[in-house]
Structure formats: C-alpha cells, structure tokens
Write a new protein. Structure first.
Length: 692
C-alpha cells in the first residue's frame, strides 16, 4: 500500500496537486456548511439550500478531480474529451443534489446515511467518467481491487459526512463532517489513480481537438472561484436575512399581534423620549391604564373571537380621536393604555379622558349584536406623581384597582396616600406566603383566669408576625390579608398544631383556646385535622378549646353546624367569640352546642361607668347561666371591672388586669413551675453537679 502511494506521489506534479487539495479542503467546508442549513430549514428555503449545497459539492468534486488529473504526469501525450468532461460536471452536481435531498428529507431515519452513500457513489461515478474522458497515447490498465476499494471508501466517507451533520454528538461534528467529505473525494481519486496504469503505445492517436491541460486548469479554477464566491455571497445574504428576521421578531415582540398597537412599555419609552426632546418641562405626561368593563360578559356569552373583535374596534376608535401628542398602546390582559404629553391644565386632562370615554362607551355593533362597554381608568402624571416616567405604569395600575369601586367618576387619579397603602398591603401579602417557612410567625399567650379566685385556668393563643424587615406586624394588618388570599387556612393549621404541641409539654394541664377562621370551617376537613393534630401532639382532647365567631356561622349556617357537631364528638370544647357584636347570637346559642360565651371587650372595658354596657353584660350572664353555658369576659383592665364581673356572676375573664399577651418564655414559669423552681434551687443545681 505504501509503495502504491509513493508511486502516486512521484507520478504527480506536487504544486498543482497541493492546489487541488487546498481547493478540495475549502470546497468541503463550504459544502458542509451549506448542507448544514438544509437540516434547519423547510419548504422553499430547504430546497434552495439543497440545490446550493449540491452545486457546491459537485463543483468541489469535479474541480479537485481535474486539477489532480492535470498534476498527473503519465509521460505520454494526453488530453480530455470535451463532451464527456462537461457531462461529468453536470452529472456530479445532479447526483449531489439528489444525495443531499434524500439525506435532508428526514430527521432521524436511515435515509440520512443513504443520502450520504449516494453522494459518495456520485464521487466515484464522476471520477470514472472523468477517467473515461482522459485520452492518452498508450494502453490503460485497471486494478479491479483498488477500483472497488476507491468506490467503497467514497461511499463510506460520504455516509459519515451526512451522519455527522444530522446526528451530532458534540459541537465539533460539523468539522468531522467536512473532513469526511474531504476524505471521500481524496481517497476516491487517489486510490482510483493507484488502480490506473498506462503502457505507452505510439500507435495510439491523441486527437488535437482534446482539451489541453492549461485550459482545464483555468476552467477548474474558474469553477472553484465561482463556487467559493457563491458560497460567501449566499452566506452574506443569509446573514442579512437573519438580521431582517431578528428585526421582524423584535418588532413583533414590541407590537400587539391582535390590535397592531405598540406594547405599553415601548410606547412609554417613545413618549418619554419625545417629551424630553420637545423641551417644555412645564407640561404633564399622563399615563392611563384603560379597563373595558363589560368585556368579560361578552367573552363568556359570545366567545373569545367576539371579545377580540370588540377590543380591535375600541382600539381603532381611540386611535382616531388621538392627536400627535397622544398614543394608544396595548396593556396586560384586555387592558389598553393611553399616554398623552403636553398637558398643561386640569381642563386639558379632563378633555383628553372625556374623548376617550366617549369613544369607548359608544355602542358597538358586531355580528348583529349591540355591545355597550364602560370605561374604568387609572391615571398617573409625570412629574406630579412620579420622579421617573418608568414609575407611571405601576401607579396607574394601583389607581385602576380603585376605579371600579369608586362612587364618583370611574377615571381615578393616582393618590399616593391611598395607593401606596394598597402597595404595602400587596407586598405584605407576598411576604405572608413565605412567613411559615421563614419561621417568622410566633404564638403569644394571654392568661384566662377564674373570676372568683383569680386562679389561672388557661390561655388564649394569639398570632404575631415578626417580619424580617418591617418588624412586628399588627394582626389587624395581616389577618385580613390572610383571609382575603386564603392563606388563613394553612396559617390557621400551623397555629393549631404549634399551640397543641407546646401545651402538650406543660406540666400544668391548662386549657388553650385557639381561634378558628371562617375559611377553616368551610374547608370541610377541619374535624379531621383536629383529630390528627391531637393524636400527633398527644394533647388531651378536653384541654383544647376552639373559638368561633358569629360571622363564621352566619356565612354557611348548615355546613358550619355539621362541622361544629363533628368537633364536639371529638371531645373538645367550643366557645362563641365576640358575643353581642353579631346579628343572630340568640338563635345561634339555641342551635349550636357551645360550651362557653365570650363577651366582647367593648361591653366590659370601663363597664363601671357605662350603664348601657353594664346592662348588656348583666343580661348576657343571665342568659348564659340559664342555658348552663360558661361565660368569659374579655377586656378586663382594672379591679373595678373585675368586681363588676364578680357581682353579676361571670365565671372567667381575661384582659390586661391579669396579663398582656406574651411569648412562651413569658408564661414558662406559669406552665412549668416545678422545672423553673428546681432550676432556680441552689440545692438542685448542686445535686446535678454532684451527679455529673
């Protein structure tokens, strides 16, 4: 084999052979890059890249062959038959196009490699057509073994070429594909040439009409220059197409596809630029979020397509009434945005929104139906409301949240005092979702005492939130948020579990009272959760008391009654909280199996100086005693309040007179007196030390 290749090297002109190899390498890279495009395009573009890749591949194969043939030095007269030489050029281009087409029509099947085999076979076909066009003054001989080897090598590396492009495993596979194509051409040609030998014969006539070597050199170089130039030109055009596509995508990303309106952020940026370019800083820039009230009903009744059509009609109307200093854009969801600059007075602002309102609220006729919309708008101004233009959208959104509930005009201006409070509550709601996992919630315990003896009988559990940045957040602020967002259910379960777990470790068997939110009662699984928590914590059933407000009962009377009856079957006690502040307390006491009435603090605090409160408290105690239900008074603040409760026969009380709500360390000595006494006893400490 080595001798064969040495024979090949010595039989060729080295400079032209190197040129042939260089052109082959460049052409291989270009061909593979073009073929690569066929894998990521479709339709007409795919066909275009298949044709161009086939043209580049065919030119590379043909030029390499004939340049290498020119470098071949047979030692006798020779030439090239024109017709067959030209036919071989078009043949290889056709075969390459077919091979690349077969390989590109599939994503994963064996046709990928079959296409490569066709291209590899085409290299051999072109080589031997070219050799048939080669006329020499002598007899030609062929080694069939090397001929077959050249064909198989060409087909093998042709298949590898397609395989590495279609089934890449690393980012370097494209280079492996180009190398395989290069080797397919190189090995087919030079192994084929090793199979070829000539015996000089002066009787063989070489016609003068044959193509000479010089003409063939210029022809092959011209074909390669054309191919390389075409490759670079196509690459430039493709890059230009990519830039245009990217620009089109950028335009789409900034434009609403339904209405054709710019998106709000893009529109605001343009208006901000125009506002500062015009240079009149005494003017106001107004940003309004427009909500089309009535769209939801249209969508539910007539479908999304009618909803979309109505939005488009409204957008067209708004565009017609706008001036050059005003812009209509698309906001989030079904909202639109109106931006106006060069507004100098309240009257100009009012005129702007009046024309918007008229445009929106004019009847809309679509598909034989008449639709009427109502405009809600939240508005913010620069520089009056915001130091930066970019803050306007958020402020307008906050104002819009008030627009639907506003008793006057539904075009609402941003108010820092009102809307920033809303923003604060929204921020609290977001933080509250993570309060449990961040260990920011804490239980406080307020003592409950026997009115006659003053002895401690239990604690009411109260929730506190130690916010990482805001500090201690008032329950009046976060409990309504928890109820509104539904977070009260998991938070309520955490409170119940934590309170039971803590109380189960006390040495004194005091009761604990835990408040239950309306959402917990309506969730349906409260009894099951109570059973589970009592079982897991080991707290005796009789030590747990759940407090239920009248509001919880009124919301769903029958369902709540069923839940309460299930809770009673567990063996816990139930208390009606805030008695006297609801609407149907007497009927509730008759129907629901409560064990205790908690008289609201509003009737107890300062009761000695308020005859009306005293009368209500006295009547409530009489009612409780008559129903054989315990009574507990909240809000006991001094000795006079306590004396009054003793006088009217109230059994239990809680309030600042007995103790404020405290974290666990504040009540630890009350619930575990033996441990604290032992720990503080010097003899006990000495005994511990002697046992160490």
């Amino acid at each position: 084999m080595i001798a064969t290749f040495l024979h090949i090297i010595h039989g060729h002109s080295l400079d032209i052979a190197v040129l042939a190899l260089a052109l082959c390498a460049i052409g291989s890279v270009i061909t593979v890059r073009l073929f690569e495009r066929t894998r990521v395009t479709a339709g007409v573009k795919k066909a275009h890249w298949i044709f161009v890749a086939g043209l580049a591949g065919g030119c590379t194969i043909w030029s390499t062959h004939f340049l290498a043939m020119v470098s071949f030095q047979p030692g006798v007269s020779c030439g090239y038959q024109p017709n067959l030489t030209i036919a071989s050029f078009f043949t290889i281009i056709f075969v390459c196009i077919v091979g690349f087409l077969v390989s590109a029509i599939t994503k994963s099947s064996g046709f990928i490699e079959i296409g490569g085999l066709i291209v590899g076979g085409g290299i051999s076909l072109m080589h031997y057509m070219g050799m048939s066009a080669y006329i020499v003054a002598g007899e030609t001989h062929w080694d069939s073994t090397l001929v077959i080897a050249s064909i198989l090598l060409g087909m093998f590396f042709g298949a590898i070429t397609a395989n590495r492009i279609a089934r890449p495993v690393t980012r370097f596979c494209r280079y492996g594909s180009a190398l395989s194509f290069f080797l397919a051409i190189l090995l087919t040609h030079f192994v084929g040439m090793a199979a070829f030998s000539i015996t000089a014969d002066p009787n063989v006539y070489v016609p003068p009409s044959l193509l000479p070597d010089k003409l063939l050199v210029f022809g092959t170089i011209g074909v390669m220059v054309l191919m390389v130039g075409s490759g670079f030109s196509l690459n430039i055009l493709d890059n230009k197409s990519k830039i245009e596509t990217a620009e089109h995508i950028r335009h789409l990303s900034q434009t609403d596809p339904l209405t054709g309106l710019p998106l709000s952020q893009r529109a605001l940026q343009k208006m901000e630029s125009s506002y500062f370019d015009k240079g009149n800083m005494t003017a106001k820039l107004a940003f309004a979020v427009l909500e089309l009230e009535g769209l939801r009903q249209i969508r539910e009744v007539h479908g999304q397509h009618v909803n979309d059509r109505v939005i488009c009609i409204v957008a067209e109307r708004l565009l017609k009434v706008c001036t050059e200093n005003e812009v209509i854009a698309r906001g989030r969801g079904d909202t639109l945005v109106a931006i106006s600059m060069q507004l100098f007075s309240n009257s100009s602002i009012n005129s702007f929104f009046q024309k918007l309102e008229l445009a929106v609220e004019a009847p809309i006729e679509e598909n034989g139906q008449i639709f009427n919309l109502h405009l809600n708008a939240g508005v913010s101004h620069f520089p009056e409301n915001a130091e930066e233009v970019g803050l306007l959208p958020g402020q307008a959104e906050l104002a819009l949240s008030r627009a639907a509930h506003n008793k006057g005009s539904n075009i609402v201006m941003y108010d820092r005092n009102i809307d920033e409070g809303t923003r604060t509550l929204s921020a609290l709601a977001m933080d509250l979702r993570h309060a449990i996992e961040r260990d920011e919630l804490e239980l406080y315990y307020q003592p409950q005492n026997d009115v006659m003896t003053g002895n401690l009988i239990g604690f009411e559990v109260l929730l506190r939130w130690n916010h990482a940045e805001r500090g201690l957040v008032s329950p009046d602020n976060f409990i309504p948020i928890a109820e509104e967002t539904g977070l009260i259910v998991p938070i309520g379960e955490w409170v119940l579990r934590t309170a039971c777990e803590c109380a189960s470790k006390w040495s004194k068997p005091y009761k604990i009272a835990v408040n239950v939110a309306p959402a917990q009662l309506t969730s349906g699984d409260l009894p099951a959760k109570v059973r589970q928590i009592l079982k897991e914590t080991g707290l005796p059933h009789h030590r747990l008391e759940l407090e239920i407000t009248e509001t919880s009962i009124i919301e769903d009377h029958l369902h709540t009654l069923h839940v309460v009856q299930e809770l009673k079957q567990i063996g816990i006690s139930l208390a009606m909280d805030d008695f006297g502040t609801g609407y149907s307390s007497l009927s509730m006491l008759q129907t629901f199996p409560f064990d205790k009435i908690k008289i609201d603090r509003s009737f107890i605090s300062g009761v000695s100086g308020n005859p009306h409160s005293a009368a209500i408290a006295r009547a409530t105690i009489v009612l409780a005693n008559g129903l054989q239900i315990k009574s507990l008074a909240e809000g006991v603040e001094d000795q006079e309040d306590l004396n009054f409760l003793r006088e009217i026969g109230c059994l239990e009380a809680q309030g600042y007179f007995f103790g404020k709500p405290m974290p666990f360390y504040g009540i630890e000595q009350m619930v575990n007196p033996e441990e604290n006494a032992a720990t503080s006893n010097p003899r006990y400490t000495l005994a511990l030390a002697s046992n160490v």
